[in-house]
Write a protein that binds this ligand. Sequence first.
Ligand SMILES: *[C@@H]1O[C@H](CO)[C@@H](O)[C@H](O)[C@H]1NC(C)=O
Ligand SMILES: *[C@@H]1O[C@H](CO)[C@@H](O)[C@H](O)[C@H]1NC(C)=O
Ligand SMILES: *[C@@H]1O[C@H](CO)[C@@H](O)[C@H](O)[C@H]1NC(C)=O
Ligand SMILES: *[C@@H]1O[C@H](CO)[C@@H](O)[C@H](O)[C@H]1NC(C)=O
Length: 614
Amino acid sequence: MRLSELLWLIPSAFAAQPSAPAPISAPLRDLHFGQLNFLHTTDTHGWLAGHLQEPSYSADWGDYISFAERLREKIEGNGQDLLVIDTGDRVEGNGLYDSSEPKGVYLSEILRHQHIDVITSGNHELYKQNTSESEFLHTVPDFKGKYLASNIDIHHPETGELVPLAQRFRKFTTKVQGIRIVAFGFLFDFTGNYNNTVVQRVEDTIKGEWFQEAIRDKEVDLFLVAGHVPAHSTEWRAVYEEIRRTRWDIPIQFFSGHQHIRDYAKYDSQAVALASGRFMETIGFMSIDGLSTEKGLRKQSQPTFKRRYIDNNLFSFYHHTNLNETNFHTEKGRKVSKQINKSRTTLGLDRVHGCAPKDLWMSRVPYPHPDSVYTWLETEVLAETLQDGASVERPSVAILNSGAIRFDIFKGPFTQDTMWTISPFTNGFRRVKDVPYEKVQLIMEILNKQTKVLFTLQDAVTEPSLLPLAGPEQVARSEEIVPEDDGLLEGGLFSNKGPSGQMPLVPSDFDSELLPGYTTKDDEGDDGDDTIHAPISFYKTPNCIQALVSADKSRVPERVDLVYIEFVQPYLALAAKFAGLDVDFVKESEVFMPSVTLTDLILKWVKNHWQCES
Ligand SMILES: *[C@@H]1O[C@H](CO)[C@@H](O)[C@H](O)[C@H]1NC(C)=O
Ligand SMILES: *[C@@H]1O[C@H](CO)[C@@H](O)[C@H](O)[C@H]1NC(C)=O
Ligand SMILES: *[C@@H]1O[C@H](CO)[C@@H](O)[C@H](O)[C@H]1NC(C)=O
Ligand SMILES: *[C@@H]1O[C@H](CO)[C@@H](O)[C@H](O)[C@H]1NC(C)=O
């Protein structure tokens, strides 16, 4: 692997968002361009402004547009082709999406300027009726002919008739070489959608007539299977096997999402899957050489595949295009960066509510720990803010799932934007009064340690729509961990599954040799990341945390009010059965502090405690 020289950039006059930190130079691995090349994003969750506190991911959607345009010029100039893919979860998780009314109006105006060849839906597009309807009425037409929904139907917003969310598949031929592609767009076997959409199981969809016909197309050089589906998954395995049953020698390229990780799966020598992270941290790159085209047979007996995970910053973009700040940015790219800035200003996302005195981490420190965001929530935020609504007769225990927090908090300004990134959910709280404290502890034990038991119970009561309590990164990592150890997931062991690189880098880090960040290990080895980083350690987070709200914390209470975030109710109900607590959570619980969300509580606490010094 040829490493380019360590280059230094002058930290000024970058595009990106003007307030974003300048990217930091680091040793880079080059892209290997091939006959057919791809750029891939997934799980962007509204982060189209890039990361304003993290130099490694500070490029915005406008810069990405410039990157794709410049790469296309270069690649097409060489007689090759470039395709751009997005595999869903574009909504929810960043103020640029969540803070407008209606949600997403600014975001979709920004998103549509990227030229995308295949785009699909994630699960987040389907949780609420109006989100999927907005997808159907706006995003699908914005990407007309490119938006694929192989296994999603929607009740038409006006007629109520059940129709495909978008076309099922697409056959097209690449611009330069005439590579004939049959493309699909899937969502994993998701059951938590609102009832105005219908998600057909992938395993059933591929038995359908239209799919069977599509894979029997004789004039095809590549099957392109994009979707909001993990790279290593039973769904992709099923699609792979179904295609191979009839087409043993046609290359298959999968693009994946949902787990928020960088990952690459090799199904056979000519079938691979790439997953490209989350939150606009990663631009996935793939190239394939040795494909046949409409003009002729393959030049080599076996196609070759190359993958690369590009850190989303201008340093990487300049390097891979061989351009610099004067000649990299395209007119369209600049316009979109300006549009993002304007939208952020209109939405007031830079409004400062306070200043965090230190970093608070989701998984970079063990739990509990003074720098753990969960410890902070339990001991400071909830213990204080829930006091208002709590009854005076007895103490309360508040339970929430760790997945309710979506991102780290960095030392420095805590803005309107920070609020949306750490807690975008709109769930309120509920309460069941007067239960034995000891049973609540048993429930916590079950929720955190006995997830197997929980899932057996879940099957028993057929509650298929339960969503994981922890965030997707944590779920992806825990699939790999079996032992109940001290919780340390070594960077080396785990870094491929980690949302690494969340370190706020400052220019003084310039003198360290390697910056901490993604150090991915996948089916092809450990040389996939474009930027060579020092690894980061990860620690397991609990599924659920609890805060005791009590006047006298030194005494273990006998009976408490059980307060919990709405989201965990079905889990509590299951765990309570197992713990022998006879409560009907649907009938016996009441709304606690009406229309107050976790986000509201955090904001209230921050305003009271984190004044900025100036
Ligand atoms: C938007 O642009 C203005 C003017 O260049 C700048 O002061 C401000 O910091 C920008 N906002 C962001 C989020 O970069
Ligand atoms: C959906 O409805 C909610 C509640 O009225 C609203 O806040 C939100 O903006 C709507 N979302 C969309 C995409 O229209
Ligand atoms: C969807 O659920 C709502 C309640 O949330 C119900 O009123 C409606 O009848 C359901 N629609 C269908 C098609 O099942
Ligand atoms: C950018 O590259 C062009 C062409 O190689 C060169 O003329 C120009 O001086 C460079 N600009 C900067 C700021 O390095």
